[in-house]
Structures are given as C-alpha cells and as structure tokens.
Design a protein around this ligand. Structure first.
Ligand SMILES: CC(C)(COP(=O)(O)OP(=O)(O)OC[C@H]1O[C@@H](n2cnc3c(N)ncnc32)[C@H](O)[C@@H]1OP(=O)(O)O)[C@@H](O)C(=O)NCCC(=O)NCCS
Length: 343
C-alpha cells in the first residue's frame, strides 16, 4: 500500500510586493550603433522607436545586474532575504551553461540555502517567471519568490548585424512575489510555437562552433543572435491580441478597466499595433521604455514597469496587462496590480 504523503497549500492570493531595476551606466546613442550597420539615427527611430540603449560595462555582469535589481526589489517590498523561498532568474544571455546563475545571485543577496534556478524563455522569460513564482506561493512551495529578468545582449549581438545591432540593450528588473489579501496576479495565458524556432535564434550551437574551429581554424565565425525581423514583426503585431484577450478574460478584467499596458519592449511599432487592436480606453497609458532602453529581452517588462511608476505615468494599485513574447517562439501574459514605486 502506498504511503500517505502529506499535501501542502499556500496563499489564496498573490501579488507583486516590491519592484527593482538596474540600468547600466553607459548610454549608447543611435549614431554610435549606426556606423557598423550603415544605418542612421532617423532610420532606427522610425523603424523601432529607439533613441538610446544601455550597454553593460565593468561591474555590470548578468549576476551583478541581477543582484542590484533584486536588492532594490527586496528593499521596496520590505521582505528580508531570509524570507525568500526561491530565486528565479529569467535570462538567455548568461554565457555559462553550468552552473545556473540564480544560486550566485541568491548568495550575493545574503540568502542561505535558498533554492534558485535560471529560466530560459527568451523575451517572454519574465512573465513565465512571474507565473511560476506566483504558483509556487499559491502551492506553498515558497512563501515569497524573487523573480528577476536580466540580459546582457551585448554578449550575444553582432555589432555588424543590421537586423539586431540597433535593437538590443542590457539591464535587469526584479519583483518580489508573495501572499496578498486581494489578488494581484491574474491567471497566465501562455504558449509557444516551435515551428517558428528559427525566427529568433543563435546562428549555430557552441558544440558546432568548437567542431568548426577544430576543423577549419580560428577564422570561423562565432555564434551570434539572429532574427528574421519581418517574420517576428508580423507574428507579434497580429497573433498576440488573442493571448492578451485570454489573459484579460481569465482575470475577469475588461479592456475598459485597464489603467496600463506593459508589453515586452520589442519594438515601438509592435507596441503601437498592439495598443490599437486591443482598442484600449483613452485613459490607459502604454509603456514606452524602449525609447531609452532599447529591447532588453527578459528584463524589459519589469524595467518598463519601474520607468512608468518612477515617471508618474502609472501609480501603485493600477491595473496593468503584461504581455511578453520572443524566441521560441514563446509568449506569456497576465493582468497584475502594480506595486509601490521602488525605494
Ligand atoms: C527589424 C525591423 C525594424 C526591420 O524593418 P523592416 O521594415 O522589416 O526592414 P526590411 O528588412 O524589410 O528592410 C527595409 C529596408 O530597410 C533597410 N534596412 C534593413 N535594416 C536596416 C538598418 N538596420 N538600417 C538601415 N536600413 C536598414 C533594408 O535594406 C531595406 O532597404 P530597401 O527598402 O532599400 O531594400 C523590423 O522587421 C522589426 O522591427 N521586426 C521586429 C523585430 C522585433 O521586434 N524583434 C524583437 C522580438 S523579441
């Protein structure tokens, strides 16, 4: 006869209790990235909505940026490091395959014996992490979870590739997820389409690269991030409306009730199309952090959230729709209540 195994239950409701952000010090203009790709400030602004991006430098590694954003999220939540039951780091640009970076992030934040793991879902990573973290708190697996979205895309993007070099930047955003009297994180609408895996991809695996190096010598080109821009644009602008609607329906929230739309900051034009097809009320403000930060992949949603709260474009307690999407192709969306402005 099988043993009787004790079950566990967690919180009835969850919410984002604190928010943190880290923006690298170095601001990079369009003119600076335009040279090697024969582009211009005007072309980049018109096609992507980007004015500047940040490039990480010394002391701004994936781990260091994660710790800085995580520390701010902890401080603004009032939750002590030893109350965190798990650290989830969503990233696609931590260049060590083993070990994951989350345990070092947890240790760097003063946590002891706290579980931590990395999560790879491309630009959709933060909303995946938020979903997993919230479910952990509901299930009783952790009392509080620190969810971090972080990228150092300058390690992955070829500065001479016209399809990517102007688009991406570096940074980190983090939230503390924990129990709440009223629900602050809605059900997740998510999915993936592996048939379109080539739309955003690494040009070759590192195993193939090392084989080529051995067989063909040192002139072999290293793996870079590659994107089929038009394919991604069409998919994002026209297929994600139903994902947003599913997240709203499952949360029981109408578009008219939305104060804020915070989409992954992929491209300003994709955001414009998305806001138009969703027929948002005039009172709903739309995140536009891409103008200053470029596309920071898994970091973009929490960074955009922080920017809106800091600039007064949104306020604590507002109802926001999050939607993140990217390589995989993968996507995830949920309705949340915005936390307080980071301290
Ligand atoms: C990348 C993107 C801006 C390119 O715009 P596009 O209109 O599709 O560009 P195309 O590749 O069709 O090229 C259009 C023209 O611009 C030129 N061009 C392409 N890249 C350029 C660049 N970086 N600078 C200047 N000109 C460029 C092309 O040569 C072409 O010129 P032509 O009309 O004289 O032939 C656009 O496809 C896009 O935003 N895609 C979505 C990307 C995205 O959001 N990714 C993130 C997902 S997480």
């Amino acid at each position: 006869m099988p043993a009787s195994i004790a079950d566990q239950r967690g919180a009835d409701h969850t919410a984002i209790l604190g928010l943190g952000a880290f923006r690298p010090a170095r601001v990079v203009t369009n003119d600076e990235v335009a040279g090697p790709i024969d582009s211009s400030d005007e072309w980049i602004k018109t096609r992507s909505g980007i004015d500047t991006r940040r490039f990480a430098g010394e002391g701004e590694s994936v781990i260091e940026m994660s710790i800085a954003a995580g520390r701010q999220a902890l401080e603004s939540s009032g939750i002590a490091p030893d109350q965190i039951g798990c650290v989830i780091v969503a990233t696609s640009t931590y260049t060590m395959l083993t070990p994951a970076c989350a345990p070092q992030v947890a240790t760097g934040l003063g946590m002891k014996e706290t579980p931590g793991f990395d999560l790879s879902a491309g630009c959709a990573g933060f909303c995946h992490g938020l979903s997993v973290g919230s479910d952990m708190v509901r299930a009783g697996t952790a009392s509080h979870v620190l969810v971090i979205g972080v990228e150092k895309l300058t390690d992955a993007v070829n500065p001479e590739d016209r399809t990517t070099a102007f688009l991406f930047g570096d940074g980190a955003g983090a939230v503390v997820v924990g129990p709440s009297e009223v629900n602050g994180i809605g059900p997740t609408a998510w999915g993936s389409d592996g048939e379109q895996w080539e739309a955003i991809r690494q040009t070759k695996s590192f195993a193939d690269y090392f084989l080529e190096l051995k067989e063909q010598g040192p002139d072999v080109v290293r793996p870079w991030l590659r994107m089929e821009g038009t394919m991604v644009f069409r998919w994002a602008a026209h297929s994600l409306e139903k994902v947003c609607r599913e997240a709203l329906d499952r949360a029981g929230v109408a578009t008219d009730d939305l104060d804020v739309l915070i989409p992954h900051q992929a491209n300003g034009r994709i955001t414009e199309v998305m806001a138009r097809v969703l027929k948002l009320p005039d009172t709903c403000t739309v995140a536009n952090d891409i103008e200053e930060m470029g596309n920071t992949s898994a970091a973009s949603v929490p960074l955009a959230m922080e920017a809106m709260l800091r600039k007064g474009q949104a306020k604590p307690g507002d109802t926001a729709l999050l939607i993140a999407f990217g390589a995989g192709l993968s996507y995830a969306s949920q309705v949340v209540i915005l936390p307080g402005v980071p301290v």
